[in-house]
Write a protein that binds this ligand. Structure first.
Ligand code: S3P
Length: 752
């Protein structure tokens, strides 16, 4: 026992089984009470507890245990609760806390009300989620609650002091304490604990009753053992739990049997699409189980991973690499593949968080998608009208492209939907798509200022109307959103852009057999057509290649080959700008693959010079400016960027955030409303910069290290996984001195 005053004087444990015994043992181990006294019907268990040092005192009766206790813990089977409470009531001290550890809470609350006539502020229902298929004091373990959750379901009039003390006790035993309402607890537990136990009991019982049961058990593979472990749990305890949580359990059983029945029908009818759809959705959900539990739907909650990049100055850049697949094309391949008739196979898919969120969104809408496995994805298209209503909000992580394109697509569906995203996405303007969609007849609610989440009412039988839209800003996302809505609209939808923007949507629609008219700056589609499945080979993303184009241009003695880079004319601004600055970039083996131009690039060190960036190049290099600012800082002379106010509403305000980071590294710049002026040739020192939840900011400052004089630390690099999960690995391979640290710096960032 520690020298500190313990939390409690006397803890009475009523019921010395697995949970009661483990709690008694943890209390003793951590010195949380002066005395632990226990009562149990089974004298031999009490004596065992005493001899093992789990408890200090054996009580002959419940009354004896409760008298003088400042904490009473009920750890009996839940159906015995009322009787035990009646024995406790006359002896419970006025300032004592009464809690329990049962798996259902509604029943406990009812019992307390029945016995005490009201729900006293000193009663706090509890439930440690830390059972085991083993039972009894013999299995007690003082570490049972370590790293487990304990749910408390206090009433509104709970004594706050009591609640804090009980919480402190569980935390001292190593648990994380959550609070929730009684009803919610019982619903959640019915689904996540009670139903699985019921199925395990039932399955083992069914198989045990089969004629060849010995053989079945003899040959049972690991799957059976894993799946049925919990069928060895205490029958009395589970009998009590099911009867006590009857209503919630019945609801979840009905839901499950309905879904099981659907699978039965699918097998009987040889409905492969249905089977694959359910299995792949379940597989993805299982893989992302812990993230789902943290409330982050199916994609990784990167913000919790806190990855930091650390770069030592003066690395080199040589070798022959292929950066991951194009993000824009990856998103679109899933979208069109899902809406097509037939099976679409995709190679070179970007397995980054953004495009994975798009896959998950379609799975949530009933599309069977296999993979991705090493960039290979197979999509079982459901046709233009085959999407199903998602069961909850669709979470798109960091992805602006995902959110804007989905808004167009979902506005035309008959069902309602909601789109949400992470902190960065939740600040980005969505009225640029919501407004024109509304003029097509869509009903969309946004949060304040036109920000996510978006609630999309759905067409409810009314078709959208085709419109002509003159885009005020050059945006491929807005254009693509309207074209996708236009596939479902009455008549023609046409979009005119003020400057050329990436045309992957138009190219891919054509590849899927959908007619897209192009007339100069205007693209149009007529509603009512269909898409036919197609094979897609995603080129390497020029936006990811850009970091290496700049890296090899500014590093000394660099010579790097980048393979299979997408060279769509609407994307090559970064090459044009670097070449104008004196960059040494050779374009080799130009070819066209699946409607998109591709080439290998060789880039070598160059003496860059500052330029005034032509405004017509801005939309063609819209994502590459953070990297280009680093090139400008290393050039001789002044670089001036204008006409780029769009940079302020990307994943971060890329003008300000880059200027701030450069200032930290000792490079002064002049920020303007629509651009920046950078005097090249200043010394890049070291320092600690922050990504502002923007992947391209993080990677740009990593590249700056090649010309820095001291170490650069970059915080918030978890988000790099949205577009370039293997960045660290590839950067190391070329000779950049980079390492990643923090809880999320595992293989996803490519760090061994
Ligand atoms: C994208 C379009 C661009 C770009 C984004 C991807 C796309 O955005 O910045 O990273 O895939 O359509 P805007 O169209 O809003 O400029």
């Amino acid at each position: 026992m520690s020298s500190r005053e313990p939390l409690f004087q006397r803890v009475a444990i009523i019921g010395l089984g697995l949970i009661g015994g483990s709690l008694a043992s943890a209390i003793g181990k951590h010195g949380l009470a002066r005395e632990v006294i226990a009562a149990d019907q089974r004298q031999e268990d009490l004596l065992l507890g005493l001899s093992q040092g789990v408890i200090d005192t054996v009580a002959q009766t419940i009354a004896e245990a409760v008298q003088g206790a400042d904490l009473v813990v009920l750890a009996v089977p839940v159906r015995a609760t009322r009787k035990v409470l009646e024995e406790i009531r006359p002896h419970l001290a006025v300032d004592a806390i009464l809690t329990d550890v049962g798996s259902t809470k509604t029943g406990f609350v009812k019992d307390v009300e029945a016995v005490f006539g009201e729900f006293l502020p000193c009663v706090i229902p509890g439930h440690p989620i830390a059972g085991s298929e083993r039972s009894g004091i013999g299995a007690a373990n003082s570490d049972l609650f370590k790293n487990h959750k304990v749910i408390l379901t206090p009433s509104d009039n709970v004594s706050k002091i009591h609640l804090a003390k009980l919480q402190a006790l569980w935390e001292a035993c190593g648990a994380t304490v959550l609070t929730m309402s009684v009803a919610y607890h019982d619903e959640v537990l019915a689904a996540t604990s009670h139903l699985p136990h019921l199925i395990a009991f039932s399955l083992v019982d069914t198989l045990a009753g089969e004629d060849q049961n010995m053989d079945i058990f003899r040959y049972a593979a690991g799957g059976f053992r894993d799946f049925t472990r919990i069928a060895a749990s205490d029958p009395v305890m589970w009998h009590d739990i099911f009867l006590s949580n009857r209503d919630a359990v019945l609801r979840v059983i009905d839901h499950f049997t309905h879904d099981l029945d659907q699978l039965r029908t699918a097998i009987a009818d040889q409905d492969s699409a249905m089977l694959l759809r359910v299995f792949s959705r379940a597989k993805a959900a299982r893989e992302h189980f812990s993230k789902m539990l943290s409330g982050q739907a199916y994609v990784t909650n990167n913000s919790e991973k806190q990855v930091t990049f650390r770069l030592q100055p003066g690395g080199s850049v040589t070798g022959d690499i292929r950066v991951p697949g194009d993000k824009s094309i990856s998103h679109r391949s899933i979208m069109l593949g899902a809406l097509a008739e037939g099976i679409t196979e995709v190679k070179g898919f970007l397995e980054g968080e953004d495009s994975l969120a798009t896959i998950q969104a379609f799975r949530d809408m009933g599309v069977a998608i296999e993979g991705p496995n090493d960039g290979f994805v197979r999509i079982h298209g459901v046709g233009m009208h085959g999407l199903q209503a998602p069961r909850g909000p669709i979470y798109l992580g960091n992805s602006g492209t995902g959110m804007r394109l989905f808004t167009g697509l979902l506005a035309a569906q008959p069902f309602e939907s909601e789109l949400t995203g992470d902190a960065s996405l939740s600040t980005r303007p969505m009225d640029r798509v919501a407004d024109p969609l509304r003029s097509m007849g869509a009903v969309i609610d946004t949060a304040k200022g036109g920000r996510p989440p978006l609630k999309i009412r759905g067409s409810q039988g009314k078709k959208l109307k085709g419109i002509h839209y003159d885009m005020p800003v050059a945006s491929a996302q807005v254009k693509s959103c309207l074209l996708l809505a236009g596939l479902y609209a009455e008549g023609t939808t046409s979009v005119t852009e003020p400057a050329p923007t990436r045309d992957h949507t138009e190219r891919m629609l054509t590849g899927f057999g959908y007619k897209v008219e192009r007339d100069g700056p205007t693209a149009s589609v007529s509603g009512g057509g269909k898409l036919t499945a197609n094979a897609i080979d995603v080129p390497a993303d020029i936006s990811s290649a850009a970091f290496f184009l700049v890296a090899a241009s500014i590093a000394r003695g660099a010579d790097l080959i980048l393979r299979h880079v997408g060279m769509n004319p609407t994307r090559v601004g970064v090459i044009n700008i670097l070449q104008q600055m004196g960059g040494n970039i050779e374009v080799m083996a130009e070819r066209e693959i699946g409607g998109e131009p591709v080439a290998d690039l060789r880039v070598r060190s160059a003496e860059l010079k500052g330029i005034t960036i032509p405004e017509d190049q801005v939309p063609l290099a819209i994502d590459e400016f953070p990297a280009l600012f680093i090139a400008a800082a290393c050039a001789t002379g002044r670089t001036v960027l204008t006409g780029a106010e769009e940079l302020r509403v990307k994943e971060s305000d890329r003008i300000q955030v880059m200027a701030d980071g450069l200032a930290t590294l000792g490079v002064e710049t002049t920020v303007t409303d629509d651009g920046i002026v950078i005097e090249g040739g200043q010394t890049i020192k070291g320092g600690s910069v922050y990504s502002h939840h923007d992947h391209r900011i993080a990677m740009s400052f990593a590249v700056a290290s090649l010309r820095a004089t001291e170490e650069i630390e970059i915080n918030g690099c978890d988000v790099v996984a949205t577009s370039f999960p293997s960045f660290v690995e590839l950067a190391q391979e070329t000779g950049i001195n980079i390492s990643a640290e923090g809880p999320g710096a595992g293989t996803e960032q490519g760090v061994p």
